[in-house]
Write a protein that binds this ligand. Structure first.
Ligand SMILES: *Cc1c(COP(=O)(O)O)cnc(C)c1O
Length: 200
């Protein structure tokens, strides 16, 4: 939930220490958002020896969360194992059409990256102005230290703004805030200012 990345050297060190019989699942849900060139693509490390499975989703950069489609890339023998336990027809034909169209829609992807980058810059400035510590993010959300995560979550909810409280992840002081459209970001900032102002 932090929005941070691991880098190539850390990933290599990790790979070297995992025994060959252990399956490594690389959850790359935010892969397309990351612009740091040192963020590894786990697909480059697939080989005959290691059991790496790369997981990607159409729920994030492609904006198709309601369609329920994603994909896994792994060795054929691993995919055959998955096939034994997955439900038949689990990805509908309409979802497949939407996913393929999404991959081809370079303009939408570029626009999403741009809107997200601008939203990140705006929110970073506003969190600083509100004196709220946050974790620098490579994705499309921020982990923000608001003092009492649950209380701020409740106050924002009453103002019609949904963030995620993080006590379940071991961050009782934090909420997770997704980057939205410019007007949504402004509304979040206004509500957040009121919520923390009223807090102490
Ligand atoms: C969104 C997300 C996924 C995938 O979600 P689906 O909508 O089920 O495809 C996987 N891992 C993380 C960390 C995510 O944020």
């Amino acid at each position: 939930p932090t929005g941070t990345i691991y880098r190539r050297a850390e990933w290599k060190r990790f790979l070297e220490r995992v025994p060959d019989h252990v399956v490594i699942a690389a959850d790359e849900a935010y892969f397309e958002f990351v612009r740091d060139s040192d963020y590894p693509d786990s697909m480059e490390d697939h080989d005959d020896r290691r059991l790496i499975i790369t997981l990607r989703t159409f729920s994030k950069i492609f904006g198709l969360a309601g369609i329920r489609v994603g994909y896994a890339v792994a060795r054929p023998d691993m995919i055959q194992m998955l096939d034994k336990v997955r439900q038949p027809f689990n990805v509908t034909s309409l979802a497949q059409v939407a996913a393929i169209a999404g991959m081809d829609d370079r303009a939408h992807i570029a626009r999403t990256l741009q809107v997200n980058a601008e939203g990140m810059t705006y929110l970073e400035g506003e969190f600083a102005r509100l004196e709220l510590p946050f974790v620098p993010s490579h994705a499309n959300f921020f982990l923000v230290d608001v003092g009492d995560g649950r209380a701020v979550y409740d106050k924002l909810l009453r103002k019609g703004v949904i963030v995620r409280p993080m006590h379940g992840y071991g961050y009782p002081r934090h909420v997770r805030i997704s980057v939205g459209l410019p007007e949504e970001n402004r509304r979040l900032v206004a509500a957040l200012g009121e919520a923390i102002g009223a807090q102490s």
